[in-house]
Write a new protein. Structure first.
Length: 94
């Protein structure tokens, strides 16, 4: 059960970082587009693997979303990404 708690905490931090990246005016448009594409893919009923297959469909959504979020982070200036990541870490430590 503790692994689910760790996974949930990690997911919350990544979502907070993605939200901070979207809201920051210094984030490149390509990064914002990749973040929006990740969100749309997770919410979309059209997937590579159908969500009707419980485990495989969820893994598919997670893998595609993680890859798109990593791509968004790679397209950002490293200083900006580090600053946003630090800000999110400080907020979650409170």
């Amino acid at each position: 059960m503790w692994k689910l708690g760790t996974l949930w905490f990690s997911l919350r931090k990544e979502l907070a970082l993605a939200w901070a990246m979207l809201r920051n005016p210094g984030t490149p448009g390509a990064s914002k587009l990749a973040i929006l594409a990740a969100g749309l893919y997770v919410l979309s009923p059209l997937d590579l693997v159908s969500d009707l297959l419980p485990v495989l469909g969820w893994i598919d959504d997670g893998v595609v979303a993680v890859l798109l979020l990593r791509l968004a982070a790679r397209w950002m200036p490293s200083e900006l990404h580090a600053a946003l990541k630090e800000r999110v870490a400080r907020r979650s430590a409170r």
